[in-house]
Design a protein around this ligand. Structure first.
Ligand code: BGC
Length: 716
């Protein structure tokens, strides 16, 4: 065994692969919403200046795959300019709980929205010859005890919710690398999980790239390589390299496993070598960051059309966040921006402004508000960072008090929020006519906020996560953050809006929600079944006076389903520009595979036959028109055995015919069972009986031999 082989499977240092035998070293660096290339040798945290694009919480709120692709392309150009081969992103874990410390780095509580957007992000990046690292694979939806916690999740939930976006991106965009997560899944570390890294990722999904560890995620190099992990980061890890060589020597590790891992790393380095150097236009990227940020802002409330501002009003700008923006979260994704817009300066360019920093001094702020036409209060969550979950959904007390004092002084008060994950609005929202959800918007966020406030951008951002009325309402509430090393995903498939809808709970703002300065009307939706799935067509008219953008959403329900499902699931969406007075004929396509559920009996995806209701509208709770189609099901049949119940036999055409003959022969004969089966109204009594057990009942028309014969004839 070549010692080089083992060394190739661990890093050379924090950010580079190990060179050797004519192979150069390549750079992998964070990610995801900018390029964080280490600026000086003794500081692994601070990066060189690079465009700080909007973090995923904002990017995803655009619901626009094209924008995300353009962001990926721009990131690829910056990587090329900085000689970065692999950018460590995107992060696509589901937002299981609104308290998740890294929610600002993730896309949504919905796997389809996440998967569609991340696919385009990866395509954009990789179109520049730079690799993505899809992370964190998998089920890394909390920061509490993140390096050890076991996420205990049933398989259907895993497949339909926590793995589904990964599956989509891997199969459709072919990322060069996938980064395994720190946590365990059902007891086994992701880094050592052969089922995850080999059976699912490679054998089922056809992944051919490199699995890289999250930084420090590998507890046992030998187990990791055996499971299918290729590159352990960071390095060097001489002890681990030696352990691999010893394990091969004494037969504990198949040499092919190590050769394969090293070969994949080699292929990655060679592939990266084809990347030509590049440069980027910092002004153009700043403009793109501003465009995305403007499209990400969600207008939550706008009573009496307080917004947009005309520019003729006197404006009180209140809150330090207007002057010192909160535009990204803490941790490995922290970018050193090329420049930084603040909202205070940007607003001053459009209207006469006076400013009060506010939080420590609501009196001054309230006096200023009383003396202005409009008051803009900048508030938000103080801190979101990798490594820690939040402990509340509430704004800091000082921010809440500021909102209340200013609103009491001026009825035209607009709250502008900066936060990486949802905050509770219910305690104060009734006091203000307008709320602008500004997330963390990246380096151009200040200008983008002014664009929306003054109507240069007509808001079209939509919520990618539900804003609950109370934290305790949330489906994850009872099972977060776990204890003694385990967190039980007790809500199962009912993550986010699926759970709120299933329990018919009121929410502050539903998934998919967002207002515009114009209005849209929906005509009747039509749906047709195609070879590839379902095609939905709907006319949407901009009935207001301004050009705008509508995010048209399709939610599917299967009312007669044989399996438990959420009342509705997002299956297609489109962000459509529609000029004032115009009608757009919107076409949305639902891939057949997206209709499938994970069938635990067969361990495979199954499309159930039956009626599918496609509800189309402006949010998950604002559905305007529904089209119903009959979808043919997959040809799957549960094997009939002696353990199958009488009802299962009768529900199967062949089983029903065979059993029918037995029952018909028994009709008229004596005995309690014969009597029961002869009377269809009693089927509920015997329906749950496993067929084989019928033989034990006195007077049964079935003997053990007869059951065996039936099973054989039914094709078992
Ligand atoms: C984070 C990853 C990041 C890596 C390298 C880890 O702590 O979880 O997202 O890419 O560090 O900085």
């Amino acid at each position: 065994m070549e010692p080089d082989h083992a060394a190739l499977t661990s890093g050379n240092d924090f950010w580079h692969t190990t060179p050797g035998a004519g192979l150069p070293s390549i750079t992998l660096t964070d990610g995801p919403h900018g390029v964080r290339l280490q600026a000086s040798e003794d500081d692994v945290v601070t990066g060189r200046p690079a465009t700080c694009f909007p973090p995923a919480v904002a990017g995803a709120s655009t619901w626009d795959p094209d924008l995300l692709r353009r962001m990926g392309e721009a990131l690829g150009d910056e990587c090329r300019a900085m000689d970065v081969a692999v950018l460590l992103g995107p992060g696509i874990n589901l937002k299981r709980t609104p308290l998740g410390g890294r929610n600002f780095e993730y896309f949504s509580e919905d796997p389809l929205l996440t998967g569609v957007l991340a696919t385009e992000w990866v395509r954009g990046l990789q179109s520049r010859g730079v690799g993505a690292s899809l992370k964190h694979f998998a089920v890394n939806s909390q920061e509490t005890d993140r390096m050890r916690i076991s996420a205990d999740v049933d398989e259907r939930t895993l497949r339909e919710m926590y793995l589904r976006a990964f599956q989509r991106v891997v199969t459709q965009a072919r990322p060069w690398t996938v980064m395994c997560s720190y946590n365990r899944i059902n007891g086994t570390y992701a880094s050592q999980n052969r089922w995850l890294l080999t059976d699912v990722l490679r054998d089922e999904w056809g992944f051919e790239g490199v699995v890289v560890s999250d930084w420090g995620a590998v507890a046992d190099r030998v187990a990791a390589v055996a499971a299918g992990l290729d590159l352990t980061m960071p390095g060097p890890d001489d002890t681990g390299d030696r352990a691999l060589i010893d394990a091969v020597a004494d037969g504990r590790l198949d040499p092919v496993a190590l050769e394969t891992a090293a070969g994949r790393v080699r292929a990655l380095v060679e592939r990266a070598g084809e990347r030509p150097p590049g440069e980027y236009d910092a002004d153009a990227h700043h403009a793109l960051a501003r465009e995305i940020a403007g499209r990400a802002i969600v207008l939550l409330k706008n009573d009496g059309d307080v917004l947009p501002l005309s520019g003729g009003e006197t404006v009180a700008v209140i809150g330090e966040f207007a002057r010192t923006p909160r535009y990204q979260g803490g941790g490995s994704s922290h970018i050193t921006p090329t420049r930084l817009d603040d909202a205070l300066t940007a607003i001053s360019e459009s209207a006469p402004v006076r400013f009060a920093p506010g939080y420590d001094n609501p009196d001054e702020a309230a006096a200023l508000a009383a003396d202005s036409d409009v008051a803009l209060v900048f508030a938000g969550s103080a801190h979101e960072t990798e490594g820690a979950d939040r402990d509340t959904l509430d704004l800091p007390d000082a921010h809440r008090e500021l909102i209340e004092r200013v609103a009491a002084a001026n009825p035209r008060t607009v709250v502008v929020l900066s936060n990486g994950a949802v905050v509770r609005t219910s305690p104060w929202e009734a006091r203000v006519p307008a709320i602008v959800e500004g997330w963390l918007l990246g380096q151009a966020g200040g200008a983008a906020i002014a664009d929306v406030l003054f109507g240069r951008v007509n808001p079209s951002g939509r919520l990618t996560e539900t804003i609950p009325l109370e934290l305790a309402d949330h489906p994850s509430y009872l099972d977060f953050p776990g204890e003694h090393g385990h967190v039980r995903y007790g809500e199962g498939i009912h993550v986010g809006y699926r759970g709120f809808d299933a329990r018919e709970q009121a929410v502050a703002y539903p998934f998919g929600f967002g207002l515009s300065y114009t209005t849209f009307e929906y005509g009747a939706a039509r749906a047709t079944v195609t070879d590839d799935g379902i095609e939905v067509r709907v006319p949407v008219t901009n009935t207001g006076a301004r050009d705008g953008r509508e995010v048209v959403q399709v939610y599917v329900s299967v009312p007669g389903s044989a399996v438990r499902r959420a009342p509705r699931e997002l299956k297609a969406f489109a962000s459509v520009p529609i000029a004032a007075g115009e009608t757009a004929g919107v076409v949305l396509r639902i891939a057949r595979e997206d209709l499938a559920y994970w069938d635990t009996r067969f361990g495979r995806w199954v499309v159930e036959g039956g009626e599918y209701h496609c509800a189309v509208g402006a949010s998950s709770r604002d559905l305007r028109t529904t089209a119903v189609v009959e979808v043919p099901g997959d040809d799957v049949r549960a094997p009939l055995t002696a353990e199958s119940s009488v009802a299962e036999w009768l529900n199967d055409p062949r089983g029903a015919a065979l059993l029918g003959q037995v029952f018909a022969a028994a009709a008229g004969s004596s005995g309690a069972i014969a009597h029961l089966v002869a009377d269809p109204s009693t089927i509920s009594l015997v329906g749950s009986l496993p067929l084989g057990r019928m033989a034990a009942f006195p007077g049964s028309p079935l003997t053990v031999e007869a059951v065996d014969k039936l099973v054989a004839e039914a094709g078992g």
